[in-house]
Ligand binder design. Structure first.
Ligand code: C2E
Ligand code: MG
Ligand code: MG
Ligand code: MG
Length: 283
């Protein structure tokens, strides 16, 4: 019965079934292969300095192009990879890939820091720490770890030790999605970071709402007082960009600056936009 089979297939690839534990196993063994066969790739989204319009760094965001299921977004497979422990292999792969891409850009005369998303669970994983430091050592990489899912940091002491070890190895630390969780202030107390990344949900109404501007302003001042730079994510309009710049945000990321770009388009973007910024400044 052909019809039944194809219906099953539709159900199998339905979004809801990805969170079904019976399907996770299949998907995750496929992910292991996907890392080897280039089905997974890194796209890069620039963060633009408000001071001079040049690119401060780029964030690596992974994409999975599955031969049968099509494009699978990170919002779908990262949570499953975290549950199954595959996140470690994925993140180690992304470190290797980012270092490789950074070296390729250097060869073309473009020096840019690359930010990688590291989940809170991995931050406290000793085996990951050892491997990550091995990968980074001696290869002259300029990396930033964006710590995501800070809500799952159950052991702040080990997290703080890991952060100290990464910073000693020259890796900068960014606190991702700041303000989205409930106890954000306690992360500032326990995590010694270089960058604070304000969550998109906090900046959505910043043009219209004086109250929201006050929240951003005091967050910016707090971060600056603690020696951190501030970046806002998810900025989609010039109005929001200008408002955040006026409130003291050092860096802005979002569709208004650029969508995440395939690596092949990144160097061209950087050469073009940085040249435009310098021209605009000179005017
Ligand atoms: P994130 O680190 O907070 O990344 C920002 C997400 O917002 C990205 O979605 C990005 O494409 C999207 N975004 C950027 N600018 C805008 C904008 O102006 N408007 C809107 N509406 N959205 C914008 P993406 O690529 O789907 O990634 C989702 C999340 O998946 C990331 O959130 C990150 O937490 C996680 N992720 C992605 N790649 C990796 C990875 O390699 N490792 C780990 N651990 N997590 C990853
Ligand atoms: Mg991030
Ligand atoms: Mg974020
Ligand atoms: Mg976010």
């Amino acid at each position: 019965n052909q019809a039944d089979l194809s219906e099953d297939r539709t159900v199998l690839y339905d979004k809801a079934t990805f969170v079904d534990p019976d399907n996770n196993l299949a998907l995750m063994s496929e992910l292991r292969d996907a890392l080897r066969t280039n089905e997974v790739s890194l796209h890069y989204q620039p963060k633009r300095k408000t001071s001079d319009g040049t690119t401060a760094s780029v964030e690596a965001l992974c994409r999975w192009h599955h031969p049968v299921r099509g494009r699978i977004g990170p919002d779908l497979f990262i949570p499953i990879a975290e549950q199954t422990g595959q996140i470690r292999a994925l993140t180690e792969w992304s470190i290797v890939k980012a270092i490789e891409d950074q070296a390729a850009m250097r060869a073309r005369g473009v020096h840019i820091a690359i930010a990688l998303n590291v989940s809170g669970r991995l931050l406290v994983d000793q085996a990951f720490r050892t491997r990550a430091l091995q990968l980074i050592e001696g290869c002259d990489a300029d990396l930033i770890f964006e710590i995501t899912e800070t809500a799952v940091i159950e052991n702040p002491k080990i997290a703080a030790q890991a952060i100290a070890a990464y910073r000693a190895a020259g890796v900068r630390i960014s606190i991702d999605d700041y303000g989205a969780g409930l106890s954000s202030l306690s992360y500032l107390k326990m995590l010694n970071a270089d960058e604070l990344k304000i969550d998109r949900s906090l900046i959505l109404d910043v043009v219209e709402s004086a109250r929201d501007r006050l929240i951003i302003k005091s967050t910016v001042d707090l971060a600056h007082g603690l020696g951190m730079t501030v970046v806002s994510e998810g900025v989609e309009t010039a109005e929001v960009f200008d408002t955040l710049a006026a409130l003291g945000c050092d860096t802005i990321q979002g569709y208004w600056v650029s969508r995440p770009l395939p690596f092949a388009d990144l160097v061209d973007f950087m050469l073009r936009s940085d040249a435009e910024s310098r021209l605009a400044l000179a005017r």
